[in-house]
Structure formats: structure tokens, C-alpha cells
Design a protein around this ligand. Structure first.
Ligand SMILES: NC(=O)c1ccc[n+]([C@@H]2O[C@H](COP(=O)([O-])OP(=O)(O)OC[C@H]3O[C@@H](n4cnc5c(N)ncnc54)[C@H](OP(=O)(O)O)[C@@H]3O)[C@@H](O)[C@H]2O)c1
Length: 244
């Protein structure tokens, strides 16, 4: 998307951190308008500052698991070209099935399955011709860990969801990006002080010899948005993780 020639407006749910933030940075750099969305107003404010607070950047605090918030979000943004959601709250996601806290499981399902349903429900009528919706799946759907049943399930569900929505919402294009391990703030919470060692160990196992950067994923999201012939598919950006 060369926004300098044809600026577009992209709503990025999850735009205050990680891959969503990198996508906002990338799109703003070429003159597009971006609305970043996240639950925490403080995090959004920090992201705004880090992005240099340009005039084409808008920010809205909203929780994509809440229908009233999602309705308010789209009521505010008006016409848009694309919706991207990288949002996820995987707190407490990894648990043996025998001791699983089902309230935790429901929160994860809300965050990765119910939220995309709400975004599609309330967002699609705001998308102009040539537009798209992109969700975020993940390697856990293909290489689950033994305590990762919920994460595997929600990522798998997103993939089936995009196939169905690509038909139902056509000509709006609906796709997903499936990241492998990517160095983002997610890992600060997931691995704490073991973050660097955990990511290094994975880098040594991957065919590409490194974990991903948020910018690698931003590039993939942008190319899905730009390519008017991509719909109903999952783009794997995982350094070959599915092969090991
Ligand atoms: N990083 C990896 O290695 C990896 C691997 C495979 C898949 N993925 C997937 O890739 C996506 C992006 O990951 P990331 O590493 O970029 O994550 P991240 O750095 O933790 O960022 C997550 C973003 O989502 C927002 N968010 C979370 N829940 C939300 C909600 N209910 N409503 C609105 N915003 C919400 C967060 O802000 P607030 O907390 O303020 O709401 C934050 O801006 C996720 O779907 C993740 O499951 C990541």
C-alpha cells in the first residue's frame, strides 16, 4: 500500500504493541491513516508518543471482546479500507487439561475467537470497495505444546473462521496471518527474564536460524491488504517452524 499515492485508513486492533504497533509504524510511514485500538489507554498513549503522534494517527481505547466497545469503535471511525486484529490476551493460557481453569480458557476464546466475530459483525459494513479483514492465528495451531490445548484450539478456529467469512462477506477479502515465534512484548509477560534464552533456543531450531521480528509480520499483513487476489487464506510467517 503506497499511501503516498493512494492513502488508506486501517484500523489495527492490537496496534499499541508488538506486530500491530509495527504495522501502524509501517503504514504511517507511507502516508496512510491508522487507528490503533487496545484496552489500556496508557498503553495507547505510549504507543502514540512512540509513533511520533502524526496527524494521520488516531487512537481508541476499546476491548474487542465487548460488543458495546466494538460498536462504539466502528461508530467512531466511519469509512475504512481495512481491519487488522492482532489482539490476544493469553494470560494463563498454558495449563494441563486436568487442572485447567475454564474461566481462563473462556477469556482466551473470547480474545481470539469471539473478538474476531464481533469485529467482522460490526466492522464489515464500514469497509469500502477493495477492502479486507485480517486476523492473527499462530504456530500453536500446527505445533501445539502439551499444555497448550486452548491456544491450539483458538488459533485453529481463526483459520476456519476466515474461510467462512471470505465467502459470506465477499467481495471483502478475509484472511489470517499465522506467526511463528516473534520477539514482541508478549514474550516479556510469557517468559519474563528467560525471554532472551527462550527465543535464542528456538532460533537455533528454526530453518531460518532466527525468530521473527514484529516488522516481518507487519510486512505480511500489508501484503495481504495490498493484494486484491488474496482471500480466504492463511499466510504462514514462521521461519519454517511447521517443518521442525
Ligand atoms: N509473539 C509471538 O511469538 C506470537 C506467536 C504466535 C502467535 N502470535 C499471535 O500474534 C498476535 C500478536 O501478538 P503480539 O506478540 O504482537 O502481542 P502483544 O505484543 O502482546 O500485543 C497484543 C496487543 O493486543 C491488545 N489487546 C489484547 N487484548 C485486547 C482486547 N481484548 N481488545 C483490544 N486490544 C487487545 C494489547 O493491548 P491491551 O493489553 O492494552 O489491550 C496489545 O496492543 C496475537 O494474536 C498472538 O496470539 C504471537
Amino acid at each position: 500500500m503506497d499511501g503516498t499515492k493512494n492513502p488508506e485508513h486501517v484500523v489495527i486492533v492490537g496496534g499499541s504493541s508488538g506486530m500491530g504497533f509495527a504495522l501502524a509504524e509501517r503504514l504511517l510511514a507511507t502516508g496512510n491513516s491508522v487507528t490503533i485500538v487496545g484496552r489500556s489507554p496508557e498503553r495507547i498513549k505510549e504507543a502514540r508518543v512512540k509513533l511520533g503522534d502524526p496527524s494521520k494517527l488516531y487512537a481508541i481505547a476499546a476491548d474487542s471482546t465487548r460488543e458495546d466497545d466494538v460498536e462504539r469503535l466502528f461508530g467512531t471511525v466511519g469509512e475504512i479500507n481495512h481491519i487488522v486484529s492482532t489482539a490476544a490476551d493469553l494470560t494463563g493460557a498454558y495449563s494441563a487439561i486436568s487442572t485447567m481453569d475454564i474461566a481462563h480458557a473462556r477469556r482466551i476464546i473470547d480474545s481470539k475467537v469471539v473478538a474476531p466475530l464481533l469485529l467482522a459483525k460490526h466492522g464489515h459494513s464500514h469497509i469500502v470497495d477493495g477492502g479486507s479483514i485480517s486476523f492473527t492465528s499462530g504456530i500453536a495451531a500446527y505445533r501445539p505444546s502439551p499444555t497448550g490445548s486452548v491456544v491450539a484450539a483458538v488459533n485453529g478456529a481463526i483459520e476456519s473462521l476466515v474461510y467462512a467469512l471470505a465467502l459470506e462477506l465477499a467481495p471483502i477479502r478475509v484472511n489470517a496471518v499465522s506467526p511463528g515465534w516473534v520477539d514482541t512484548p508478549f514474550w516479556d509477560a510469557a517468559a519474563g527474564e528467560k525471554k532472551a534464552a527462550t527465543l535464542d533456543a528456538m532460533a537455533k531450531r528454526l530453518p531460518v536460524g532466527k525468530v521473527g521480528k514484529a516488522a516481518d509480520l507487519a510486512q505480511a499483513f500489508e501484503s495481504i491488504m495490498r493484494n486484491s487476489f488474496i482471500s480466504g487464506t492463511v499466510v504462514h510467517v514462521d521461519g519454517g517452524h511447521r517443518l521442525i
